[in-house]
Structures are given as C-alpha cells and as structure tokens.
Design a protein around this ligand. Structure first.
Ligand SMILES: *[C@@H]1O[C@H](CO)[C@@H](O)[C@H](O)[C@H]1NC(C)=O
Ligand SMILES: *[C@@H]1O[C@H](CO)[C@@H](O)[C@H](O)[C@H]1NC(C)=O
Ligand SMILES: *[C@@H]1O[C@H](CO)[C@@H](O)[C@H](O)[C@H]1NC(C)=O
Ligand SMILES: *[C@@H]1O[C@H](CO)[C@@H](O)[C@H](O)[C@H]1NC(C)=O
Ligand SMILES: *[C@@H]1O[C@H](CO)[C@@H](O)[C@H](O)[C@H]1NC(C)=O
Ligand SMILES: *[C@@H]1O[C@H](CO)[C@@H](O)[C@H](O)[C@H]1NC(C)=O
Ligand SMILES: *[C@@H]1O[C@H](CO)[C@@H](O)[C@H](O)[C@H]1NC(C)=O
Length: 805
C-alpha cells in the first residue's frame, strides 16, 4: 500500500491489542522494518506498507494527527479539513491539536447544519463522531461529543484543546468543514462557551445538555457557559433533569443567568430555574473546590423553546354548507406565522367540503394568510338561473376572504350561460381593465382562462360548453356578497364559447378571443353573435391577430350575417387579407383555432357602429313622399267632395311641390320649406318604425306596393307628440288656388271634412303640427275619431336626398 501524507500530518497505525498478531512493515529502503503494534508515518517518508495478515483493517486502527498552532500565526478563519484519501478501509481517528495564546480561547464555528451534543455511548447516525477535549491543569476534560446537525454553532475553548473525529472503516469520510479562529481574551476560569442558536423551528423544541465530562464529575473550580440565542416570539424554559452536587470545600456551586439587559439571576442547583423567559440568555455553571473523594458535580438539563404568542383558534364547520370548501395559504414572509389544522402545522390548509376542522393561527398578521373559498355547485344550478352569491363563512376566521370560486359542471348535452344580474358584462382587456369593480375570472375546469369580466359592457351573455370556474376577487365580501352572476343551463352549443354582444354607438366593441392576450385553447371554436339594431351597420376591424404555425387543421376567422347562409369574410392563418369589412346587419363572428405547433391564436376585433344612411334614407324619403301624396290626396279629395256637395269651404286647397307642402298665399311657409329640404319626413326617418315593412332589398318597390294596397294602418304608431301647445295652423279666409288640384280629389269622396289650418310662425317652429296632415291621415286610413299628429320636425334630421314626385 502506498500512502501520501501531507506535511504536518502524522499517521499512526496501531494494532488493537485484543486482535490477533499481525505485523506492519514499511518497505522503505532495502531492509524493511516491521512493527508488531504501532507504526508512525510522517510526510518525509514516501512509504509502502506491507501487512502480514490478510485483513489488516480488522486489526489496525489509523490515527491521523495534525497540530494547529495559532500562538504565532493568526489562524483566522481557517477551514479545517480531514484528509479523505488516507486509509479509507481502516477505522480512522482524525485529531487536531489546537493551541492559541494562553489568555485566549480558540473558537470553532460549525456551519449549517450545526452540531448536537450526544450523551456518552450514543452514536451519530452518519457514524462521524466529533469530540472536543480541553486541557486543564487538572488534566483533560471532555467538553462534549457531538454529531452533525443541531443547535450548537460555536464552541470556544481556552488555550489548548483537541478536536477528534472518529470514522469507522469502510465509511466514506464526509466531515463537516469547521472554521477555526482565535477567540477573545478569556477569564482563566472559563473553560468553554457554547453558543446555542436555539431552534427556529415553529413548534416547541427541546434541547438536552450535559456538563463537561458527564456522567463523570465536572472539573473542579471551573466554569462552563452556554450562550443561548433565543429567536424572537419564543419563550425559553430551563429544566434540570438530573444533577449531583459535590461537597464544596471552598466557594459554592451556582448557576447564573445573564440576560441581554445585563440583569443577572443567581440560583442554586435546587432553585426553580427560569420559565418563559424571553430574549437571549447566558447560563453559566460554576463549580466549587470539591472534596474529590465524594461524588462530584454533574448536571443534565433541557432547554425548551416554545412560541410566546397565544394562538387564535377557530373551528370551521362546513357540514351544513353544501359544496363549500376553504383554502388557507401562507403568503407572507413572516417566519413566525404558524398556521395549523387539527394541530398539524401547515403552509397550506384545505378544509374539504362537508368537514369540520380546528384551525389555529399563531402570530399571523391577517395579510400573511390568504383565505379563499369555493363552492362546487356541480349541476345543481338550473334552467331558470342560479344567482352566484357568497355564503357566510364562520365568523371566527380572523382574515378577510380574498376570493370566492364557484365551480360549475355542465350536463352531458348542455351549456352553461353566464349573465350579469345587472344586465351586461364587460371583458377586462389590456387598456380596458375592470378597474375598481368586481372582477370575475372565468376559467375552464382545467384552469385554462377564458377571461376576466365585470359588469356593464356590451356582452349580454357568455355561453360555455365546458365545466367552468368563476372566481370573484377584489371585493370586500363583508360588504358585498353578490349576486355576481346569473348562471343557467341551456342547450348544447356547437362552439366552445359563444358571446352574445350588443355593441353600442357610444362604446366601440372590442371582442377578444378567450384568454387574450394569450392564445385561445387549441382546437376550439368561439363565436360572437353580434346583434345590431336595424338603424346601424357595423365596421369590423381585426386589430390584433396573432396566428400560430398550425400543426393540424387551420385557424379560421369568419363573418356571416345571421340571415344568410354564406360567409361574408373568411380568413385562415396562411392567408393575408384586409382586416376590415362592413357588415350591414346582425352577424356571427366565428373564430377557430388549430392545433398550434408554434405560437398561439388570438385576436381582437373592433366593431364600430355606423348609422345607416344612403339607401335607407332614400327609401324613407320616398316612403315619406308617398305618404304625403296620399295624405294630400286625401285632403284634396275631401275638399273636392265638399265642394261638390256645395258645402266646401273655399280655403282648403294646398299646393305640392318637391315633396313640400305650402299654400301659395303663405310666403313665409313656402320659402322656409323650399329653401331647406328638411321637412315633414324628418320624423319618419326611423328604421325602427318602418323596419318591419321594409325587407332590405327591393324595399322602395314593396313600399309602393304596400301603399297601393293601402296597408298603412301601422303609421299610427309613429305619430308625434300630441302636444296641444304647438302652434296650430290657422286657416286663411281665402285661397285663390282652391280649384287647382281638383283633379286629384276625385277618387275619394267619403272624407269627412276637417278644416286645414295655417301655421303660425312656422319658420321658427320646428315642432309645429300640421292639422291637415293629421286629420287627413286619420280620416283617410282610420275610421276612428281619434286625433293623431305627425311632427313636422327637422330635429335630428339626417341629410336627405330630394324626393321627386
Ligand atoms: C473499528 O470500529 C468498530 C466500531 O466503530 C469496532 O467494532 C471495531 O473493533 C474497530 N476495529 C478496530 C480494528 O479497532
Ligand atoms: C453572553 O456572553 C457573551 C460573551 O461571552 C456576550 O457577548 C453576550 O452578549 C452575552 N449575552 C447575554 C445575553 O448576556
Ligand atoms: C411567554 O412569555 C410571556 C412573558 O414571559 C407570557 O406572557 C406568555 O404567556 C408566554 N407564552 C406562552 C405560550 O406561555
Ligand atoms: C337568470 O337567468 C335566467 C335565464 O336566462 C332568467 O330566466 C332569469 O330571469 C335570470 N334571473 C335574474 C335574477 O336575472
Ligand atoms: C364536467 O364535470 C363533471 C364532473 O363534475 C364530469 O363528469 C364531466 O365529464 C365534465 N364535463 C366536461 C365537458 O368536462
Ligand atoms: C395590439 O398589440 C400591440 C402589441 O402587442 C399592443 O401594443 C396593442 O395595445 C394591442 N391592441 C389592442 C387593441 O389590444
Ligand atoms: C358561426 O357560428 C354560429 C353559431 O355557432 C353558427 O350557427 C354558424 O353556422 C357559424 N358560421 C360559420 C360560417 O361558421
């Protein structure tokens, strides 16, 4: 065997005298020297060894000794390491002889995980046993035996000492690298200071200590000190387990406790020791000069450290709260906050539905524990709608509820419909966040987000064909418990998600794919059913479209009006297309995702309402003109008839030009009306009113048909306000043109006459009523005597093309 020994290291190979004989020979030079019991090797010898027995490791032990003298050199913070290469299969004892100037102590620092004292006879789990020995005038004394892992972080020993590490054969050497330094000046009596950084563990911890040489007597007239570092929020209690007192020839045995505030408590071995002390404390044991013929001083004691605070207890009973479960999670950094369920300390607690649990919170600021709750509604919500409200939780819970989640499961062929009890929902989008109000996070049961919603927007309903969770956050649940959503079941839908939206003129709609700005779920479809009033059309713009590289199938964006079977617009991820179109009526916007290989699919679509003008306005103009013609006809007929009967008043005829009415004698009127073409039709430009009469395309024609067929009863519905305060047309006494239109009057002879009136100050009165119209309409198309009016108002009138007769 070849060995390489570092300088300053001495290796001694010793035979256990009880083992059978065996020689060890060093094969240096021509004549090997053999030894029967012990061989000492140093660096100077580059040695090969020969053993005369087959298994020398069963017979010999190896001592690897090193001297570290810090009297001359500084030794500041040297890491002391054992040489792992030496004699790995032998029992090894590493020994370091440490020496510092006589008035000082050497200091050994043990890095994490620290050391733990063990009683004599006990072994360390890793079979690495450390022993610290001090050399006193009276002889060596063992300060203690230690294993890796414990609360001892530092040991200081005066002047001279030895550290031993025992490792059995075949055990791989894994020593603690400890740090050596020269400690402070020490009292000549002080043999050791042991720094105990007591457990930072959260529950009660107990640490056992014994005096030097235990169970043998503590050295005479010596002192030992333990420096206990007690963590904050903890109380310590010292308990003497076992002690023997010597007979003192001189001085006394005493125990002294010194606190940080320098307060010193001096006690005897039999006094009650401190209980529930707080803060760091130094405990010193002083021995007297003893009668050595009798039992000496021994002491075994325990220091227990426990939390100083008193826990807040809360029993949560969920047995009567169907489907409700609670979750508590430590989110704060406070290491002292200790949370437990049924006496088990946990970082996260779940109180399952239908159970009861005892919770305890120790020194937990409310903001350090996040309380969330959820309710599994399952399929128990129904077609008529279930309102999502937050149930009252046990009031002993000290922290506020952070969020509440409802879990909804759909039946096999069903869809869950989400509606806001206030009427509409808004999706929180970048730049359009739901700030300040209740935020509802909707996700699929696998956690895939659909989006965050709040109330008051353009979304009337969100339908999801998947199990979903709805989480309400950002609310003081003590003040507002809901209802936050109205959920109901409906028939199965073909898409994953359908949003029913009604954009508003004031509020351009941004329609974002689920999970925006991240991508929507692979291989799913989403559809928006965008409802427009007949008055509007929509400008649809694809603002932000992010397209993936598709592995399977394609992504699709399609627009289709509700009425038609054909798509207006269609785009795949591999197509480049203009991102803008105009849709004349309510429509579907459908998007589908592929199975992306790379990237994701997502889009934001902007829908801006535009008032419909051109065609409709023309059509309405025509309609209005026709109406007028009819009305005028009616009047003329009536007048004619009256005249025929010889009862006719002379002033009844009127004059029609360019869709206007004015009486030739009334210059004011004619000028005003003919100069600007904003006139009677204004109030008729209401698609809402005419809509049902006007199928989109050939609508002027059909209008005519309807007029021809006299199916115009419905015009009653848009009579203007019948405010009597409006100026009334006063009939002039004479009308020179009274017979001019006689020809028109022929068809209708059944009219009951009503006196046409002349407007007063018509120019300024936009809301003036023309009694002639009213009455004629009435008597023409209705047989009742009810008086309705049409407003001849120009307010809100859109530019209108001239109407030709
Ligand atoms: C080596 O140590 C073990 C226990 O650790 C002991 O049983 C054995 O006798 C020792 N061997 C020698 C040669 O001392
Ligand atoms: C304990 O003693 C050490 C010196 O050995 C000193 O530094 C420390 O402040 C003392 N601690 C207390 C709590 O008195
Ligand atoms: C810890 O000690 C303080 C004062 O010493 C005491 O008020 C408190 O009740 C103690 N804590 C426990 C858990 O006993
Ligand atoms: C909830 O939704 C259902 C289905 O749409 C509806 O019938 C019910 O009136 C709604 N309830 C409330 C309070 O909004
Ligand atoms: C929804 O959840 C129920 C269980 O709660 C499960 O049986 C069902 O398969 C789920 N449905 C879907 C579409 O994931
Ligand atoms: C579109 O995307 C760009 C860049 O990601 C972003 O700055 C912009 O705000 C987005 N627009 C909308 C409407 O989300
Ligand atoms: C768009 O989605 C709606 C609703 O799911 C569906 O009825 C319609 O057929 C779809 N249109 C296209 C072009 O995919």
């Amino acid at each position: 065997r070849q060995s390489c020994i570092e300088s300053g290291t001495t290796v001694v190979i010793t035979r256990n005298p009880e083992e059978p004989e065996c020689n060890v020979c060093s094969a240096d030079g021509p004549d090997p020297t053999c030894h029967a019991t012990e061989l000492t090797l140093t660096k100077s010898q580059n040695t090969s060894l020969e053993f005369s027995c087959p298994k020398p490791q069963d017979v010999f032990s190896v001592y690897i000794k090193k001297k570290i003298d810090c009297t001359e050199t500084s030794c500041a913070g040297d890491i002391v390491q054992a040489e792992s290469s030496l004699f790995p299969d032998f029992n090894r004892t590493f020994s370091w002889d440490l020496k510092v100037p006589a008035t000082r102590a050497f200091r050994l620092d043990f890095p994490e995980p620290g050391m733990r004292q063990i009683p004599k006879g006990e072994n360390c789990p890793d079979e690495h046993t450390y022993t610290i020995v001090t050399y006193l005038r009276s002889g060596p004394a063992i300060i203690g035996k230690y294993c890796k892992g414990g609360t001892v972080t530092t040991i200081q020993v005066r002047y001279k000492g030895r550290m031993l590490l025992n490792v059995p054969g075949d055990r791989k050497l894994e020593p603690l690298d400890f740090k050596l330094s020269v400690g402070p000046e020490t009292d000549s009596k002080c043999c050791s200071v042991i720094l105990e950084r007591l457990s930072r563990k959260m529950s009660v911890s107990e640490t056992d200590f014994v005096t030097a040489n235990y169970p043998d007597s503590f050295p005479d007239d010596q002192q030992m000190m333990w420096n206990f570092i007690v963590p904050g929020m903890h109380n310590y209690t010292v308990r003497f387990r076992d002690h023997t007192a010597p007979e003192c020839l001189n001085k006394e045995v005493m125990v002294k406790y010194e606190k940080e505030d320098k307060k010193v408590t001096q006690l005897t071995l039999t006094d009650p020791q401190p209980e529930h002390g707080q803060g760091n404390v130094n405990m010193s044991l002083f021995n007297c000069e003893t009668n050595k013929t009798l039992q000496g001083l021994t002491l075994a004691f325990t220091v227990s450290v426990m939390r100083s605070g008193h826990p807040v207890l809360c029993t949560v009973d969920l047995t009567k709260k169907q489907g409700v479960s609670l979750q508590l999670e430590k989110v704060g950094a406070d290491p002292y906050c200790e949370m437990s369920i049924d006496s088990v300390v946990k970082q996260k607690i779940n109180v399952a539905m239908g159970t009861k649990a005892s919770l305890s919170f120790l020194d937990c600021p409310n903001e350090d524990v996040r309380l969330t709750a959820s309710k599994d509604i399952g399929k128990t919500f129904c077609i008529i709608g279930t309102l999502l409200t937050v149930p009252k939780l046990d009031s002993c819970l000290p922290m506020p509820l952070h969020s509440f989640t409802w879990l909804l499961s759909i039946p096999e062929h069903g869809t869950v419909d989400l509606e806001s009890p206030t009427g509409s929902l808004r999706q929180s989008l970048p730049g359009q966040e739901c700030n300040g109000s209740v935020s509802l996070h909707v996700a699929e049961s696998d956690g895939f987000s659909i989006g965050d919603f709040c109330s008051k927007g353009i979304i009337r309903k969100v339908q999801v064909h998947a199990n979903v969770s709805v989480t309400a956050t950002g609310i003081d649940f003590a003040k507002k418990r809901g209802p936050f959503l109205n959920v109901s079941f409906s028939e199965e839908i073909s898409d994953r998600i359908i949003y029913r939206v009604t954009p508003k003129m004031s509020d351009p709609a941004l329609l974002a794919t689920p999970n925006w700005p991240q991508g929507m779920k692979p291989s799913t479809t989403v559809s928006w059913i965008v409802t427009l009033s007949n008055r509007y059309r929509a400008a649809v713009q694809f603002l932000n479209v992010s397209q993936p590289k598709c592995g399977k199938s394609h992504t699709g964006i399609k627009v289709q009006t509700l009425g038609s079977k054909e798509e207006m617009f269609s785009r795949r991820e591999d197509e480049k297309k203009e991102g803008e179109l105009t849709v004349p009526e309510s429509f579907y916007l459908n998007m589908s995702n592929c199975l992306p290989e790379e990237g994701h699919f997502g889009a934001v679509t902007k829908v801006v309402l535009e008032k419909k003008t051109n065609l409709l306005a023309i059509a309405l103009g025509i309609a209005g003109a026709l109406l007028f013609v009819l009305a005028v006809l009616a009047v003329v007929c009536y007048v004619t008839k009256k005249k025929k009967k010889g009862q006719m008043k002379t002033e009844s005829s009127i004059y029609i030009t360019k869709g206007n009415i004015f009486r030739p004698g009334d210059r004011h009127f004619s000028k005003a009306r003919s100069d600007n073409d904003s006139h009677v039709y204004a109030s008729i430009d209401e698609t809402m009113v005419y809509g049902h009469l006007l199928p989109d395309s050939s609508y002027a024609d059909s209008m005519e048909d309807r007029f021809n067929g006299m199916q115009v009863d419905s015009y009653q519905t848009f009579t203007g306000p019948s405010d009597r305060g409006l100026p009334v047309i006063v009939e002039p006494d004479a009308d020179p043109d009274k017979d001019q239109y006689k020809a028109f009057l022929e068809p209708s002879e059944t009219f009951i006459p009503s006196r046409p009136r002349t407007p007063i100050d018509r120019q300024d009165s936009l809301g003036f009523q023309d009694r002639r119209m009213v009455d004629n309409e009435l008597y023409t198309f209705k047989s009742t005597g009810e008086i309705n009016t049409i407003r001849l108002s120009g307010v809100d009138l859109e530019p209108e093309p001239p109407v030709d007769e």
